[in-house]
Design a protein around this ligand. Sequence first.
Ligand code: ZN
Ligand code: MN
Length: 465
Amino acid sequence: MPGSEWQLVVGLEVHAHLKTRTKMFCRCALEYGAAENTHTCPVCLAHPGALPVPNGRAIEMTILLGLALDCEIAERAVFARKNYFYPDLPKGYQISQYEAPLCGRGRFLLPTEDGEREIGIVRAHLEEDAAKTVHAGGATGRSVGADYSLVDFNRGGTPLLEIVSAPDLRSAEEAVSFLRLLRQTIVELGVSDADMEKGTLRADVNVSVRRAGEEGLRPRWEIKNMNSFRFIGRAIEAAFRQQVEAHEAGEDVEQSTYDYEPDTDRLAVHRSKEEADDYRYFPEPDLVPVEPPAELVEQLRRDVPAPPAERIRRLAAELGFAPAAELVTTGNDGKADLLAREGLDPKTAAAIAMNRGDFLPENAGALARIVEANVTREALDEAFASAAKGPIAAEDYLSRVAVADADALAPVIDSVIAAHPEQVETYRGGKEGVLGFLVGQVMRETQGKADPKAVNQLLREKLRG
Ligand code: ZN
Ligand code: MN
């Protein structure tokens, strides 16, 4: 049977560090990048007799997120002990929520080119993060092959929000879009920085396949602790290929944990036995259940901002769906809006916002004038660099206008064409992407003084002739 009959089934478990001032069950400060083991106390180091006290702000943030995801907020949530042994877990258990999470069933509306997709949310709960193990020596930075390992307990006890999606995602692209927009939602709620590079956002990816029309789910592979959108997409595609291969060869596909290996673009069984799925959950005897007062929930409900998806829908009308989604998902639409209000046409404003760094809102007017004046790239770079630091004056940049004159640019363009016969050949062979390289060469020759738009057009004309 052809492979096209196979359908991809993906669900995500997303972990985000909450942006509270202190840890989940003690008053140690949370500080990214602090010297190792400087934010610890008897509670987060699990000294005998130390008792946890829940962080009220973390509970509020979790409810806020739950409301934004249309979740049912529990009248009674229960913390539980999830027992397992690992050097970064001094208590021998993680305090989490199991049978009674703070946020139950919800949904996330994902805008797509062809309308809206509803992705189910199974639950969102609150737990504490483990400490951080650093493996020294060895080539891979993993425990296997390391000379020794060190533990930094600063991270131990950080409030962690876990969001579990239903297995409703149907392609790698859709899973990544969902995760990116969920991330932006979390950031806009102000509950987490959700920064994958800093480790404040991680995702476990569950992948299975089934025949189109098939009911129920086949065994899934779990790819844990992913921290790159690109690798998540590639891992999902690799899992799809490998599972289809296995099913078609009549092999057993068992539920198991896998690692994605970028070098081979394949998944390999995770080599660790301590993660047996028997955590012996039981209610945490040192904590009373959380019963959020109805007034608090209602007040938080009023605090939920409009979702980013709404802005994508609105902007798609004038920018097209893909640019609108990209602009909002990367959190750049606010910048674009400031520039558009100052008179830049929406598409130019969007392109500038995507490609330029943040600036002080008070500089939007000056920047719009500078962009409209078509100044050199150098001048634009300088203007944006200064606009992030303090007030700027458009007049300081307006005289440095980019060269758009065909007569002035022609000799440079001719010499670039003459110097790169191979690229010219490739372009004429149909690979339009090479044009960017040639434009870049002209920009370099003119030290950024040429107008890229004019260069682009002149190059096209010359190469056609
Ligand atoms: Zn502590
Ligand atoms: Mn978890």
